[in-house]
Write a protein that binds this ligand. Structure first.
Ligand SMILES: [Zn+2]
Length: 507
């Protein structure tokens, strides 16, 4: 038996270079940690195409980390309260983590929650447009939402410290895996219209609305980690919805409420690692609602609180089926996907429009999209093809499949259907950001809408989504799913309860 394992191990190493599925004999170890990465008041608040600034504080933005170590391999998952994280910062964070802990870069998953009330991690990075002419530089650096170098360092240091602490704290732990469902708080924001196209946020009461143009994904994916005293140490929660329920001020957005509810049930020191699913076309806004929905902190509580309550239900049900026998593994692949270049005619018109200051709200709208085309052309000149990382991280019977996009919900459902794993949880805006990636249908003659606009932010070719989906599915098939822990078998029948085995006693 021993000889055979060794043979296969050698064969695996020789043939694939990656080795066989880890022969984990050691119980899984895990550690959780978090760091406050809140921006300062006065810093830019990213999420739009113009500049906006933080004026108040509501709750901290965090880097939330968990490390899993099966004795053969180690992986780290980071839930980041950020609109997104760009590739250069991901590379730097991975380099520092590898230096401090030895965890290889490709085994680190960083998923941004897409919080629209978080710190300045973009849209434009420092130096990104230095190659372009004066007009482009002015539009990019002075008129657009821009990352802050001080804040980028705060965020990167926070992630590295959280992962390093989680790694150092790792200890034997019992894990549970489960899923719940919350189908009342997220809505597809794209609607088929009577004109045959699909529009985004047509707004309640619009007489031209026909039906939603895409699905939602109600699954609440949960991994819970308990110590030997039976205390929940931390959990990972996966759910697909834009984090746009912005409480007033700097905020983790609805993950604030998610954490509040889980901590209320299991203790104030539980670390909640939230990873957003395929939510590019899914938000909290119900365009068909006849009534006004709760907003601000109330809206965040409706979404995060409901998902958190569902996670609490799942966690409560897991305690009888925990295991220490959990293998971890990772795969990743970098795709090269071209941008869609704007036409020369559109670029020329856009330059003329963008050079003059807009007068009035309607003109501002046109000016924004002209500015975006001008900036996009500069990006096409510098980098016509983007490197798009796809990663699969396995924790026992669960696999997280990443994309660096605002990825349409339908793709996530397709990945779930095709994956060999009992639990398949897509993670959007992971390890970078390439903007919106719609379905090819949305980019076709029945498509359209906000996400299909050509901008400096979203500009990959229409087949990008299919390529990313298929690469993710292929990676899940390279891994060997673990079994879902079943819990202790019921005892063999001996006798019924002898208080309960009598006919009705009437006198
Ligand atoms: Zn978005």
């Amino acid at each position: 038996m021993k000889k055979r394992s060794l043979f296969f191990l050698l064969l695996g190493l020789t043939l694939s270079g990656a080795g066989l599925h880890p022969l984990h004999s050691a119980p899984v170890k895990s550690g959780f940690a978090e760091r406050d990465i809140s921006p300062e008041i006065g810093m830019e608040r990213p999420g739009g195409y113009l500049k906006g600034y933080h004026q108040a504080f509501h709750d901290p933005c965090k880097a939330r980390a968990v490390v899993f170590d099966d004795g053969a391999k180690v992986v780290a998952l980071v839930g980041l309260d950020a609109l997104f994280i760009r590739e250069p910062q991901v590379a730097e964070v991975r380099r520092r983590i590898q230096e401090k802990t030895g965890i290889p870069g490709e085994a680190v998953l960083i998923g941004a929650s897409h919080s629209h009330s978080s710190g300045p991690t973009g849209m434009v990075l420092p130096g990104e447009f230095d190659h372009a002419d004066e007009l482009v530089q002015e539009l990019a650096y002075e008129k657009s939402s821009a990352a802050d170098p001080t804040y980028l360092e705060t965020m990167m240091a926070g992630i590295v410290e959280a992962v390093t602490e989680a790694y150092e704290k790792r200890a034997e732990i019992r894990l549970g895996f489960g899923r719940g469902e919350e189908d009342g708080v997220s809505f597809n924001r794209r609607w088929r219209m009577k004109n045959g196209l699909s529009f985004t946020h047509p707004r309640a009461g619009n007489p031209d609305m026909v039906e939603p143009a895409g699905p939602i994904d109600p699954e609440v994916g949960v991994i819970g980690a308990w110590d030997d005293e039976g205390k929940l140490v931390g959990c990972v929660v996966n759910f697909a919805c834009h984090a746009t329920t912005s409480p007033p001020g700097i905020s983790a957005n609805y993950p604030w409420a998610l954490e509040k509810v889980i901590r209320g049930a299991f203790g104030e020191d539980v670390v909640v690692v939230f990873l957003n699913g395929a939510s590019g076309d899914v938000t909290q806004v119900d365009n068909a609602s006849p009534v006004v929905a709760p907003r601000g902190a109330d809206g965040a509580m409706l979404v995060g609180g409901s998902v958190g309550a569902e996670a609490v239900k799942v966690l409560a049900g897991l305690v009888a089926s925990l295991t220490k026998e959990v293998a971890v593994d990772t795969r990743s692949r970098v795709l090269e996907i071209p941008r869609r270049p704007p036409s020369a005619e559109r670029v020329a018109k856009s330059r003329a429009l963008a050079a003059a200051p807009p007068a009035g709200a309607a003109a501002l709208n046109d000016w924004i999209w002209a500015k975006e085309i001008v900036m996009l052309q500069a990006l096409v000149d510098k980098e016509p093809v983007r490197r798009v990382e796809v990663q699969a991280v396995q924790i026992g019977p669960a696999v997280f499949v990443t994309n660096p996009a605002e990825y349409f919900c339908e793709f996530g459902l397709q990945q779930k259907a095709a994956s060999p794993f009992p639990f398949t949880w897509p993670v959007s805006l992971a390890n970078g950001c390439v903007g919106y990636v719609p379905t090819s249908e949305a980019m076709g003659p029945q498509g359209g809408g906000y996400e299909t606009r050509l901008t400096s932010y979203s500009n990959l070719v229409p087949e990008a989504g299919d390529l990313i989906r298929d690469a993710g599915i292929a990676l899940t098939k390279e891994l060997k799913p673990g079994e879902v822990p079943a819990g202790q078998a019921a005892p063999e029948f001996k006798a019924g309860w002898n208080y309960g085995n009598v006919p009705p006693q009437l006198k």
